[in-house]
Design a protein around this ligand. Sequence first.
Ligand code: 5AD
Ligand code: SF4
Length: 464
Amino acid sequence: MSGQTTTPDIKTPKTDTPEKTGTPKKKVFVKTFGCQMNVYDTERMKDLIKGDYSETDEPDDADLVILNTCHIREKAAEKVYSDLGRLKANKTKRQAEGKATTIAVTGCVAQAEGKEILRRAPVVDLVVGPQSYQNLPKLLDQSQKGERVAAEFDVADKFKALKGNRTITGPSAFVTVQEGCDKFCAFCVVPYTRGAEVSRPVEAIVEEVRALVQHGVREVNLLGQNVNAFHGQGPDGNSWTLARLIRHLAKIDRLDRLRFTTSHPRDMDDDLIAAHGDTPKLMPYLHLPIQSGSDAILKAMNRKHTAAEYRQMIDDLRQARPDIALSSDFIVGFPGESDQDFEDTMQLVRDVTFAMAYSFKYSERPGTPAAEKHDQVPEAVKSERLQRLQALLREQTLAFNHEQIGKTLPVLFEKPGRKPGQMQGRSPYLQSVYVDGPEDLKGEIVDVEITGATLNSLQGHLVR
Ligand code: 5AD
Ligand code: SF4
C-alpha cells in the first residue's frame, strides 16, 4: 500500500448540481449499445459534459444526441444506422422550431468506420472513438461552430485525462482497470476497435476505488475487455497481476464486494483461481467465455486452449470456491462448425453447467480473419443451433435460480424495485433479488431468505 492517497473529485448525485448557476439548459440524450465497457464510457461522457447538459429520456427534447455504439456483431452496428434514420426526422423537426441538434456517434462503430459514418449519414455532426472521448467538450465546441468532426485516434493517456469527477449512481460501481485486447480471436473486432491492451497503474485504481467507497460504494466491478490480462504497474514498480490487485483492494474497509469482467481462459492463472478461495470479498461468480466446446473450432477461433483445459480450470475453481457460479459466452455457426462440433458445445454445457450465459450466432465482421473463410455456416443451421443451445442454457439458469429457494443470501440493495414498496438488490451470484422493504435499504447488505425464483430474478424476504 502506498500510504494515503488524495481523493479525486467524486460527486454523489445529490451534490451533483452543476458548478455553474442552476441546472444546465441544454439537454443530452444518450443511447448505449453493447458491453459494460460502453456503459462505463457513457457514464464518463455524461460526467465530462454535465456542466453544460442535463440528461433527458426523450430524443425529441435533446440538443445533443449521443449514440454510443457497438461493432461486435453486424446487427449491433446496423442498429446505429436505423437509429440515425429516425434521428434525422427529429433533427429536421427541431430545426423547423428553430432548435439546433448535435448528433454524435461514439464507441466502436465510430472507431471502426470513422469518416465513413459522416459520408453515409449526413445527419451526424461528430464521430468520436472510444480512445478519444476524453476530448468530448472540445470536440462539441468545434462541431457546434459548424464543422463536421471525426476525432483522430488519440493515443494520449485517456485514463489520466478522465481522472476524477465521477458521478455515483448507486452502491455498485464499475472501475476500468484495463482496456483493449491482444488476443485476436479470429471472429472478433475488439483488437481493432479498442486497440492493444493497456493496464492502469495500481495506485490510480486504488485512489479511484477509495474515493468511490468514501461516497458509499460497497461493490466494485473491475472492468476490462480482457481484464485478467491486467498487468498494471504496482507501487513497487513491478507489474501486478489481477489477483494481486484484487487482494490489495480487498483490504479497503467498507468495500465489501469485488467482481471482475471479462476474462479469457488463457489468462486465468493459478493465483487468480486461488484468490476465489482465499479472498472472501471476491464474489463467487465468474464470467469466463469459452465460445465453443469443440477443440477444432477453438483452434480455428485462435482461442489457444482446449475444451479439456477449460473443464480443468472449472474443476480447479470449484475446488477453490465450491459455490462458485459460472457464466460464459458462446458462438454458434463459426465457419466450419460441423454438427459434431456443435454437439461438443452442447455436451460441454451439460457437463459444466452455467448459472447464466450469452449465446450468439456467428456474425461475419469485415477485417477479421474468420470473415475470409469459405466454409460459412448457413443462416438456417445457425438459427437452429442457437435455439437448441439457448433452450439448454435457459434450463440451467432456471435450475440454478430454483436451487436458491430456501437459502438465505446476503443481498446488496441497489434501487427501488418495479412495484411500490419493493427494493431490488443483487445476490453474490449476481442474480436480481426483489423484496418488500424500505428505500433506506439502498447501499446495505442484508440477508434475504429466498422464497421464489424465475428465469430472471429471485424473490424473498428480509431476515433481520
Ligand atoms: N459473432 C458473434 N459473436 C461474437 N462475439 C464477438 N465477436 C462475435 C462475432 N463476430 C461474442 C463473443 C464474445 C462476446 C462479447 O461477443 O461470444 O465473448
Ligand atoms: Fe475479442 Fe477474443 Fe479479445 Fe475477447 S479475447 S475481446 S473475444 S479478441
